[in-house]
Design a protein around this ligand. Sequence first.
Ligand code: GLV
Ligand code: GLV
Length: 324
Amino acid sequence: KNKKVLVTHQLPGDRIHDLSAHCEMNVWMDPGLLSPESLREELAGCSGLVCLLTDRIDAELIAANPALEFVSSMSVGVDHIDVKALTARGIPVGHTPGVLVDTTADTAFALMLAAARRVVEADHFIRVGNWTQENAWAPDFFTGKDVSGATLGIVGLGEIGQAMARRAAGFGMEVLAWNRSPRQVTGITSVSLDELLQRSDFVSVHVALNDDTRGLLDARRIGLMKPGAVLVNTARGGIVDEAALAAALSSGQLSAAAIDVFETEPVPLDNPLLALPNVVVAPHIGSATTLTRAKMADIAAINAIAALSGEPMPHCVNPEVYRG
Ligand code: GLV
Ligand code: GLV
């Protein structure tokens, strides 16, 4: 019970309270995010860390904490953590897969529909008083793009990509997918990434951000996309070249985009994507339902309790630390 564990934010769910029975738990209580300076100070001497994706756990921070025995993140993505540096020290890293799959696919599908049918633009149009007798129900008024029956290209056919495909099937879409290690899934056609970009009316990104996927959708690949296509990103901003995407949207090559994740978050207001009316944006809310966030926090707590009990974490990104 004398081991110190830092929890970098107040968490929802029930299981986080159980953690205090296993350690001396220090929860950062400010509503705002923990600054890198405060994180460094608070983590000193801790055996464990329960963090969010906004906490950067880099090699320097890891080296400065020789007592660290585990890291448990309340996220499925771990691109904010130097997993290699932790693995080298034999330190397990926990994450929260599974529970956010349907919620995140719902968000991707909602954003895709919103971009295709110009929902946000239309909402704004009414509120600023632009809906008048002159344009009332003109035949070409707010015309968008059909989702039903269109072709959806899924970049990354993991659990969330497959959940997206199930939703697409309900809309009568043809589903293409690319995955680094090809996967056979009924009803989904596996293609190369270039072919997917050339054939899809909608492209939705569902890969993790890592050294292989950073900048995956670069200017060349965006240039391959079908005229009038729509890009949806609920994965990580760093996967898409934002400047190249903004250029393709301005030139009219792409008709719209729906973006939940940005290279820099919170997104600076001078990001060129924010100046475009045909871009629907959201502040990284893919998994943001009350129930799913509670489930994610519970898994983060369960991973931490397992580590404190000397057991393998049930959801570990580097299980090799348990062999050897
Ligand atoms: C959200 O982006 C997550 O990684 O859980
Ligand atoms: C639409 O409202 C229609 O009646 O066609």
